[in-house]
Design a protein around this ligand. Structure first.
Ligand code: ATP
Ligand code: MG
Length: 308
């Protein structure tokens, strides 16, 4: 059994007057997950007060919620079993649960626990107080981030992905909509619905969002964790430009531009950033810059240091 101590220990920045309460909730959640003493605590919807909706995905409805006894705030993701079965996504959800329970990293959204009733599955997620990075991007002047802000996010996403790959998990659905921000403005990689455990064999399923699809997935070839390197390049471009690099009005044009790696940079994107993007957007997955090199790339390091 994995050691869950780190995940279920109250964070150091938690205000002192909340620490006891928060730890009590985390202990209860740990009991449930680890089944301590052989008597797991069974969570139910009655343990939570449901607050405002936080967002909606294809299948998930996500609400802000509060554990009743400790007032600990969490995000509760509701999935309807009937919709999952209709779309044959039961396995995908089980995978999401399994993967997200095991990945513990400051830039990966934690799944604290889960439970279900007759009709629904509930995922109890860490609450990302500042919400979607995508909305934040849209609110910027010209709809794009400054270089220091973009570099900080690229670094944190690279670090989160490096951790996923260490555990042989490929995310496959990197895009600003699936990146959340916590109360301090740090990245929380979310939505592991499309992610996959890749023990040894290479995968061939086509998935993810069109604009972020790497060439090997467009053409249905085998792929590995280097698909996430490509997506990080697309993401970095979108952060600095405000739209993804291969965007076209016709789907076929997007496919064609992806395969040709047809990237055009607006003048304001300076060469150090272009250097990083062009090293990630390589048609051959083996030519793409590895994540550890992204994290020490000179543009990332110098710009990130300028962030307040
Ligand atoms: P998709 O259509 O992307 O597959 P989904 O059904 O898997 O969506 P999520 O992407 O997990 O659902 O969540 C939908 C939205 O709810 C997110 O885009 C975000 O706005 C909000 N949300 C999800 N989890 C949290 C959280 N932990 N804290 C704050 N907001 C959240
Ligand atoms: Mg999503």
């Amino acid at each position: 059994m994995q050691d869950y101590d780190e995940l279920f220990t109250v964070a150091s920045e938690c205000p002192a007057n909340r620490k006891t309460n928060v730890q009590a909730t985390l202990d209860k959640m740990k009991d449930h997950v680890v089944a301590r003493n052989g008597k797991p605590y069974s969570w139910s919807i009655n343990d939570f007060q449901i607050g405002c909706p936080l967002g909606r995905g294809k299948f998930g409805r996500v609400y802000l919620a509060r554990e009743k006894s400790t007032k600990y705030m969490i995000a509760l993701k509701l999935l309807y079993k009937s919709e999952l079965v209709k779309s044959r996504l039961e396995k995908q959800v089980l995978r999401e649960i399994e993967i997200q329970t095991h990945l513990q990293h400051p830039n990966i959204l934690s799944l604290l626990t889960y439970f279900y009733d007759t009709n629904r599955i509930y995922l109890v997620l860490e609450f990302a107080a500042r919400g979607e990075l995508y909305k934040h991007l849209q609110q910027q002047p010209h709809g794009r981030f400054s270089e220091p802000e973009a570099a900080k996010y690229v670094y944190q996403v690279a670090d989160a992905l490096r951790h996923c790959h260490l555990y042989k998990v490929i995310h496959r659905d990197i895009k600003p909509e699936n990146l959340l921000l916590d109360a301090r403005g740090n990245i929380k990689l979310a939505d592991f619905g499309w992610s996959v455990h890749a023990p040894s064999s290479k995968r061939k399923t086509m998935c993810g969002t069109l604009d972020y699809l790497p060439p090997e997935m467009v053409t249905g070839r085998e792929y590995d964790e280097r698909v996430d390197f490509w997506c990080l390049g697309v993401l970095c471009y979108e952060f600095l430009v405000g739209r993804p690099p291969f965007e076209s009005s016709q789907q076929e044009d997007t496919y064609r531009r992806i395969q040709a790696v047809d990237v055009k940079y607006p003048d304001h994107v300076r060469s150090p950033a272009r250097d990083l993007i062009s090293k990630l957007l390589r048609r051959n997955p083996f030519d793409r810059l590895p994540l550890t090199d992204v994290m020490v790339h000179s543009w990332v390091v110098t710009q990130k240091a300028l962030m307040k």
